[in-house]
Every structure is written in C-alpha cells, then in structure tokens.
Design a protein around this ligand. Sequence first.
Ligand code: PEP
Length: 245
Amino acid sequence: MFLGGNWKMNLTPKESELLAKEILDLFEESLKEREDIKVCVFPEFTALERVSKVLNTSDIYLGAQNVAYEDKGAFTGEVSPNSLIELGVEYVIIGHSERRHIFKEDNELLNKRLLKALDKNLKVVYCVGETLEERESGKTFEVIETQLKEGLKNANINKDNLIIAYEPVWAIGTGKAATPEMANEVHKFIKDFLGNDFLVIYGGSVKPNNAKSLIEQKFIDGFLVGGASLKAKDFFEIYNAMREK
Ligand code: PEP
C-alpha cells in the first residue's frame, strides 16, 4: 500500500521542516512494523532540501509535486529531475488535477514528463480523474482510459515504478469524497486496464473519518491526501486506518 501527503503550496520551507519532524515522530515506530505500507510526503520544491535533511535516514520517502521533461536548458520556471534526485527525491507526482486544470497541462505534456521521470529512475504517481460534468454525462471511464493511454504512451511501466492516483476532480479539496463503492469501481477499471499488480490509490477529501470505509474496498491500495496531510495527527490517523487492511 502507499500513502502520499501532497502539501501543495501551503507551507514555507521552515513550516515544512516542522511538519516533517512532527510526522517523523508520530510514524517512526509504526513504519518498521509495516514495511508493506510506504509513506511519502510531497513538499513544495523550495522546501525539499530542508525536508530531505529531516527524513534522510528515516523510512519516509520524499516526493516532488512535478518534474521537468528535460534535464537542463532554457525552461524558465521548471525543475530538473537531476536537481530532485540530488535532493533525495524518489517519487514525483505527474498530472495532478491542479496541473491539468489550472495550468492546462495536457496528456501529451504529462507523457513527456512521465517518460523523463521514469528514464531517470524516479517513481511516478500519475493522477487521473474526471470532472463533475464528465461524471454526470457518463464519461468517467472514457476520460480515464484516455488519460491512461495518452499519459502512459511508450512508457516502460511496472508495479515498482508507477502508482496511479484516482482523484475525481470534484472531490479534491471540496470535502465531498467519492463514495467507497464509486471509487472502488473506477479502481477496478484502472486495474483491469493496467494489470492487477499496479497500486491504485484514491485521492479527494480523504480524512480520518472516511479513510476506513475507503480502504476497506478491495481495489483501493492507499491514498493521496491533500488537506489532511497538513496535520500530522490526521495524516497518522489515516495511516492507522490503512494498517487495519
Ligand atoms: C490532493 O491534493 O491530491 C487531494 C486529494 O487533496 P484533498 O485531500 O485536499 O482533497
């Protein structure tokens, strides 16, 4: 299983360092008992160095929220995979709905990012998910299939270098999570498409009070958590719900 905490653009480097320390204190012992549950935090780029120093020798992984599709050059505002690797990053999120919808990153661009990341041996958390309009017009599966087909095109993927995060756009940051059955149905679709051994995690308003009912579902292998990952205790409660699976 996999638990990711996406801190988005919410914390300064100093605040991120403090949160990383709190998380480490809470999680440290339990992680040794459950090596099958990987925990990873995704701070803002500017906080990676400080958080990396905190997590350095721990069992918590470090992730980044995006990655450039080239190693270096004239790409103002982008962050090179080489820089991430130098800072100890092991996972990158690609295709988060905020990148897709606010910054208009399309499947073609995301595919370039993903190919580069995999080529660099970074592990990818690739996000897919439908908007409310797409769900209501019955296009959920079609949209997700296209995101998978186009985003993963020509990629040498396996269960160790790729995790899919199903994040319905209408559930992210809204407090309205998908029902466990709704999420499970899409997770099954994704596993049928890619293979059963791939981890498929759910994201979208996961909180301590709904984590248990979601993780009980057969095809849900963990979570990508936004808001609730900013509070160490809430993030730990979600982890504890996963430990019961
Ligand atoms: C996310 O950032 O991927 C996310 C799912 O956010 P939230 O948990 O706040 O809905």
